[in-house]
Design a protein around this ligand. Structure first.
Ligand code: 3HC
Length: 282
């Protein structure tokens, strides 16, 4: 199957990145968010990101305009009906996602492949809201989606070989390197990454070291691009808490239990970079 038109549901941090990389690769992209305010904010992020590339001579103004011209915004899911592949990157709430998948299944032709960027929910639960579960898979991007090379292709117990192949081709065409993961909690990366981030928060919470020293330790001691607390701030502490809680609910291992400090920071609205306050001030 030849993918020409890509639909994206959700124009937040991840959705806007997915829209941008898809349009940059030449796809016609329609993105839907729930209202004009969210949509315009997301489209604004894409515009500034493209402009930054022009300002830094990484892109010509003509390329920027051509890419921008391939992006269409909407608040109606129905407007995604002519997409060959849809990537859902909406709120991490299973009821909402099932409702989105149910609607997409109703409005899209039988050939459309439906995918989700979920980081912590079960893909088969979304697939089961459709009459085409074999054409549903996970395409899990990493933050920032414009930059990170990896995408996990998540295969449920019923995803077809054809759908996996379409996902793989699409990811390669937008310059990503896919790895194949089963529809199990945390897939590959979050299963390994989340306990590490939670441990770093426990080290900080227990007063063993300052945030700067913990991060510097992993930055210089292990050559990581950023320390675990700065990375938690980048991911979003609410997102991290949500992923940890889903992993803990399914796997019941203490290493996935959220440290009390993480819960309290989320309650306080200190969600990391997006609220300008997390383990660091931004
Ligand atoms: N959006 C778009 N582009 C960005 C960006 C963002 N948020 N942040 C950085 N970039 C790009 C820009 O092109 C930037 O160049 P520019 O400033 O000249 O425009 C370039 O990356 C380099 O950025 P910086 O100089 O600011 O900083 P770094 O060289 O340190 O790179 C980083 C930033 C790419 C974020 C790097 O620190 C890194 O790789 N960090 C680790 C990120 C990571 O592990 N992500 C995975 C999180 S887990 C996840 O997403 C799973 C989920 O389910 C929880």
């Amino acid at each position: 199957m030849d993918i020409k038109r890509v639909g994206v549901v959700g124009c937040g941090a991840m959705g806007s990145g997915i829209v941008q990389v898809s349009a940059q690769a030449g796809y016609q992209v329609t993105v839907r968010d729930i209202n004009d305010e969210f949509l315009n904010r997301g489209l604004g992020m894409i515009k500034s990101s493209l402009q930054r590339d022009v300002d830094r001579s990484r892109m010509t103004a003509e390329d920027r305009d051509a890419i921008w011209g391939r992006i269409k915004g909407t608040t109606k899911l129905e407007d995604l009906a002519d997409s060959d592949l849809i990537v859902e990157a909406a709120i991490e709430e299973i009821g909402e996602k099932r409702s989105i998948f149910g609607t997409l299944d109703r409005v899209c032709p039988p050939s459309t492949i439906l995918s989700t960027n979920t980081s912590s929910l079960t893909v088969i639960e979304m697939a089961a809201a459709t009459k085409r579960p074999q054409q549903v898979l996970g395409l899990h991007f990493f933050n920032p989606a414009q930059v990170m090379k990896l995408v996990e292709i998540v295969r449920t117990i019923v995803t077809s070989d054809e759908a996996v192949e379409v996902g793989r081709k699409y990811e390669e065409s937008i310059g990503k390197t896919p790895v194949l993961a089963k529809d199990q909690p945390g897939f590959i990366v979050n299963r390994l990454l989340v306990p590490y981030l939670l441990d770093a928060i426990r080290v900080y919470q227990d007063g063993l070291a300052s945030a700067q020293d913990i991060d510097q330790g992993m930055l210089l001691g292990c050559n990581h691009p950023m320390g675990p607390l700065a990375l938690s701030d980048l991911i979003g502490l609410d997102v991290l808490l949500h992923v940890a809680e889903s992993l803990h609910a399914e796997l019941a291992e203490p290493r996935f239990a959220a440290p009390p400090l993480l819960k309290r920071m989320v309650m306080a609205g200190h969600l990391g970079r997006k609220t300008k306050r997390g383990f660091y001030a931004y």
